[in-house]
Ligand binder design. Structure first.
Ligand code: FEO
Ligand code: CA
Ligand code: CA
Ligand code: CA
Length: 637
């Protein structure tokens, strides 16, 4: 979700962590001077013997393996991609998804049409080849989240989304969720397959889901429309996500709190809802029109959100499942590493200032020869939360009911209670408060894990892994499991090592205390989404850079060798937009990106850009683009 404007920033992310977990400010300098921090950077003579914090922008292009030339970091009405590449619109908000979807009509209020059309604010993108299990890079399914809506950009004369009518609210609910598209590359150009049997819209309006795993059926999940505590209509605020080795998609429920309103003191869930930021005033008008969003009328409904949802996109009739074993918080996403012993490990960030980094280890192992046997792997396992130590290690602390403080004495009567209130359980375990963990991804090439920490302007006390106060530009951590590189890395281990990979900010501004390779060609503000190409290089998408007068977009960097932390800028979003969903095809020749909330901060009547149509009367539309190299080669060689 965008944080370009302070009012949204505050609403989106009021810190709700009341605990006083580790503060180790005095050890930070020791950590920053560790030799490991400059591992890789030392390979260039420019930094050898130089100071700790690099503020120069010395040229060192030869150090990078990325073959494109950086583009300027300049805000503009349209998008820009590096020379030699094409960025073509694949699908826009309102375009047809299912076979009988009507054509998009600008400004129409029509939930029945929207529920068949491409939703709003595209975020996570997952590419799954067709046929299933193949490596086909020219034909596949594209699975895309729709995180939230900007009512003020969807309809005329509506400055405040809270003023949306019941019909508009229904349309917004239909515009949330997920889309599954079948796509095909013909003569070098990607197109959506019209009338595909796989095409599907998942929405918060009508898609029935089941709640599975250890919390399913608990009294705290029962509502007036579901006495079983196992059913729910839809999914909300679907931010990032992930893919599993068995060909399913993981859809994260992030800022679900904002859809609910009413007095939480009138429920039995006050402590739980307070920790998740549910407030009397909702962010949307829905609470005025539908009882399910009013906690005074439907007090347990919020407990049905904040989970990870698993979807089998190869089966268009499949019922999505909310996997409670992965915990309940503001899930940014969940990304899976398959250990060489076939253990399944999923990483997840809780995107809020001062919240935590999690790792889930499934109880059951992956069976490469039996897809059906894998379909319920995420049903059971152990969730862990990260505690960063000053000696360069990070402990993964298991969150287990009945162990340590997670007992009835502290209000945890069952395993379900621990999962429903994951944040409070992690508080009691003493997890490290982070600067808003967004995408967290294991790198299959070097076996390490990269953690995007987007920013935390409210930080007053640094800690070892979040070393800057008022961290407005964010940073990237690198975690190293034991066992070796790549597939040898043991992601089930309870202790990893960690390093700071880069500290965002403008190297020309010494106050930023940024750290990159001295030859960095771009500077990063607010790292959010991440993709890793098949050479193991990071593609970092940003959300929030415009407050520094640079556009959001896509940076890329090597992680190993002379180009480590040498960032280059590949794609710039149009004005007001953030960059989401980077996803490569297996051959590395296509990079899909999602441009979310173009023209954010303006209105339908006077949009700051009409990207991508640039036609009178047509509002800006969130869209997915396919980026290919004009010579047909791999992205960035
Ligand atoms: Fe929806 Fe954490 O960005
Ligand atoms: Ca974000
Ligand atoms: Ca995000
Ligand atoms: Ca990602």
């Amino acid at each position: 979700m965008n944080e370009q404007f302070e009012i949204i920033e505050d609403r989106d992310d009021i810190p709700s962590n009341p605990t006083n977990n580790p503060r180790v400010a005095d050890l930070i300098n020791a950590r920053l001077t560790r030799r490991g921090f400059f591992k890789g950077l030392m390979a260039t003579s420019a930094v050898a013997g130089a100071g700790i914090v690099t503020t120069g922008m010395a040229r060192a292009q030869d150090a990078s393996t990325l073959t494109f030339k950086s583009i300027p970091q300049k805000i503009a009405k349209s998008h820009t991609v590096a020379d030699g590449y094409d960025a073509n619109i694949l699908i826009r908000h309102g375009d047809k998804v299912v076979a009988d979807a009507p054509a998009y009509v600008p400004g129409a209020v029509d939930a029945a049409a929207q529920v068949k059309q491409f939703g709003y604010n595209n975020d996570f993108i997952g590419y799954l080849p067709l046929p299933a299990g193949s490596n086909n890079s020219d034909h596949g399914l594209l699975c895309i989240n729709h995180e939230y809506t900007n009512a003020e950009l969807m309809w005329p004369s509506l400055k405040d989304p809270m003023g949306a009518s019941k019909e508009q609210a229904q349309h917004e609910i239909a515009a949330h969720g997920h889309s599954v598209l079948e796509i095909k590359k013909t003569d070098g150009k990607w197109q959506v397959v019209d009338g595909s049997q796989y095409a599907r819209r998942i929405s918060a309006l009508e898609t029935e889901m089941v709640i599975t795993g250890p919390a399913a059926g608990h009294d705290r999940l029962k509502t007036s429309t579901d006495q079983t505590g196992t059913r729910v209509i839809g999914t909300l605020n679907n931010c990032a996500g992930g893919k599993t080795p068995w060909g399913t998609i993981l859809i994260a429920e992030e800022n679900f709190n904002g859809y609910f309103g009413g007095d939480i003191a009138k429920t039995n869930e006050e402590r739980n809802y307070k920790r998740l930021g549910i407030e009397p005033d909702s962010w949307y008008s829905w609470v005025n029109h539908f009882d399910r969003f009013n906690v005074e009328k439907e007090p347990n409904e919020p407990n049905k959100f904040g989970w990870m949802v698993e979807l089998d996109p190869y089966d268009p009739s499949s019922t999505p499942k909310k996997r409670t074993a992965l915990g309940r918080f503001k899930h940014e996403g969940a990304t899976v590493f398959l250990n060489k012993d076939n253990s399944v490990v999923a990483y997840s960030g809780d995107d809020q200032r001062f919240d935590y980094l999690y790792k889930f280890i499934a109880s059951k192992k992956y069976n490469p020869n039996d897809r059906a046997a894998n379909m319920d792997i995420l049903e059971d396992g152990t969730l862990h939360v990260a505690k960063f130590n000053d000696d360069g290690t990070v402990n993964w602390m298991p969150i287990i009911h009945g162990e340590g403080p997670l007992t009835a004495e502290n209000g945890f009567d069952s395993r379900a209670d621990v999962l429903i209130e994951t944040r409070r359980a992690a508080d009691l375990l003493g997890a490290t408060k982070m600067d808003r963990p967004e995408d967290v991804e294991p790198n299959p090439v070097n076996g390490k894990v990269y953690v995007m920490l987007t920013n935390n302007s409210k930080r007053k006390e640094p800690n070892i892994a979040n070393p800057r106060v008022k961290n407005i530009h964010g940073h990237v951590l690198e975690l190293t499991p034991p066992g070796g590189m790549g597939k040898d890395a043991d992601h089930t281990a309870s202790t990893f090592e960690w390093d700071i990979f880069l500290l965002g900010g403008n190297p020309a501004n010494t106050d930023d205390k940024s750290v990159y390779h001295p030859g960095a060609e771009s500077w990063v503000s607010c790292p959010d989404n991440l993709a890793i190409d098949h050479k193991g290089r990071l593609w970092i998408a940003t959300d929030g850079a415009p407050k520094s007068d640079i556009p959001d977009g896509m940076h890329a960097t090597d992680v190993e060798g002379a180009g480590r932390a040498l960032t280059k800028f590949f794609f710039a979003c149009p004005e007001g937009a953030e960059m989401c969903g980077p996803e490569f095809t297996p051959d590395g020749k296509t990079l899909f990106v999602a441009v979310q909330h173009p023209a954010d901060g303006s209105t339908y009547d006077a949009p700051s850009t009409r990207w991508p149509d640039f036609a009178d009367g047509v509002p800006p539309r969130p869209s997915v683009l396919a980026i290919t190299k004009q010579d047909g080669g791999e992205i960035a060689g």
